[in-house]
Design a protein around this ligand. Structure first.
Ligand code: SF4
Length: 453
């Protein structure tokens, strides 16, 4: 039996994707994954560094694993990912990690783990490089939907963001590597691809741009749905919007982080657009894709944010009416320009503004879900419902819908929304092609049929 490992994942979709890459790298060299930390010789945590809160949570968990090392079978404990890249040898000197590995060094994991075990000395590998893991395909387990990274790093340097500092400069993965990974995923039952990158709209590999990449993936007969995250508003243009509108298997869903409704704050954030430009892009999207679901990110309490700046954010959110928003308190990240800006906004003011924003957005999200009542949507079933005996799936707009029927994952069904329980719409089947293998020819052209989301 090979060396056993346990892998705990925190953070964004990119971390979950990279966890599957790490599984491939380790399993291919004879390591064996265990589901419980108590049963493994190597304990690994892959973490995020974008917010202080996420780092604190991961470090708290790391301490618990450290106790297991004292009492259980674990011999090596390691931290991987963005926080490893940010804190580097502090994790060895102050937190007693045996292994610290940044996002561009996962290929060296087998060698580093063996060295940490055999030499009984901490190992660190945090050099940034052009690594794109072209030849490593993630291990996926019984999933209908899978992430595929198309870009790594970021060169935008938004003033509050740690990502360019811990993931290096923006680079696009070769298109052949992406298409071959998607090919392999379909042989394992994957029917929905979510393209990942910090700024996917800027994809460009040897003049092969994002629109061309979408068109190539769209030709794959086994792929029913294509989604992508994250899109930078500055890079969204009419050509991209038209491509989404003309290729029916590209889902009418876009995550377009606005971050603030104040032009002054957007400038301080170095976001590269004004609120007017942002609104114009939303209008363009809704012109070509009236049924599109829009989600966003907002930061509250960015240094110097006044009540007027915050009210501008409220007003923007109220007028655009996003289907969902991820709303965060500003989290100063050491080493970023925003962490040096003053005056900072008092904690109680930030909390109060955030609550006002959440309350308003929750109302809009509830109304957006309630607007689904009585409408028909095509659902791709992803698995069992978290509660009850039925199943759950998603609309093309990305909304989760639960059904009472226990349908197999991968089925495509048309459902009518008959109830909205709390946040979650419930559907009843009105037409099913679950028993027939899906083919694009028989697929109802949903994205241009229904006003949804
Ligand atoms: S676009 Fe801005 S917020 Fe997004 S990863 Fe790059 S620097 Fe960070």
């Amino acid at each position: 039996m090979g060396t056993t490992y346990f892998l705990q994942v925190y953070g964004c979709q990119m971390n979950f994707y990279e966890a599957d890459l790490i599984r491939n790298i380790l399993n291919a060299t004879g390591f064996e994954e265990k589901n419980s930390p108590g049963a493994a010789e190597v304990l690994l945590i892959i973490t995020c560094a974008v917010r202080e809160h996420a780092e604190k949570r991961a470090l708290g968990n790391f301490r618990q694993l450290l106790n297991l090392k004292k009492t259980g079978s674990a011999r090596v404990i390691g931290i991987l990912g963005c926080m490893a890249q940010r804190l580097q040898d502090t994790l060895i000197n102050s937190f007693h990690a045996d292994l610290v590995v940044g996002p561009d060094q996962y290929q060296r994991l087998p060698e580093l783990i063996n060295a940490a075990m055999n030499a009984n000395r901490p190992q660190i590998a945090v050099e940034l490089s052009d690594e794109c893991y072209d030849r490593v395909h993630p291990v996926i387990q019984n999933r209908v939907s899978a992430y595929v990274t198309i870009m790594r790093g970021c060169s935008n340097f938004c003033s509050y963001c740690i990502v360019p500092h811990v993931r290096g400069k923006e680079r696009s993965r070769p298109s052949e590597a992406i298409l071959s990974e998607i090919d392999e995923l379909t042989t394992q039952g994957v029917r929905e691809i979510v393209l990942l990158g910090q700024n996917v709209l800027a994809y460009n590999y040897n003049e092969f741009d994002f629109c061309r990449l979408l068109a190539e993936i769209h030709k794959h007969p086994q792929i029913y749905r294509i989604r992508f995250i994250t899109s930078h508003p500055r890079d969204l243009n009419e050509r991209i919007v038209k491509t989404i509108a003309t290729l029916p298997r590209i889902c009418p869903q876009l995550h377009l982080p606005v971050q603030s409704g104040s032009d002054r704050i957007l400038k301080l954030m170095n976001r590269g657009y004004t609120t007017e430009e942002y609104r114009n892009k939303v209008a363009l999207l809704r012109k070509y894709l009236p049924e599109i679901s829009l989600t966003t990110d907002v930061i509250v309490g960015f240094p110097t944010e006044t009540e007027d700046d915050f009210c501008a954010t409220l007003e923007l959110m109220k007028s655009i009416r996003f289907d969902y928003a991820y709303m965060f308190k500003f989290s100063p990240r050491p080493g970023t320009p925003a962490s040096l800006l003053t005056p900072t906004v008092p904690e109680d003011v930030i909390r109060e503004r955030l609550l006002r924003l959440i309350e308003m957005q929750n109302q809009i999200t509830r109304e957006s879900n309630r607007a689904m009542l009585g409408k028909i949507y095509e659902i791709l079933i992803e698995g069992k419902s978290p509660r009850g005996r039925g199943c759950m799936g998603r609309t093309p707009q990305g909304k989760v819908v639960v059904l009472d029927e226990p349908l197999p994952a991968g089925s495509l069904v048309n459902v009518k929304i008959v109830e909205v329980r709390g946040w979650t719409p419930k559907g009843e089947i009105v037409f099913s092609n679950a028993s027939a293998p899906h083919s694009p020819e028989i697929r109802p052209n949903f994205s241009h049929q229904h006003a949804g989301g």
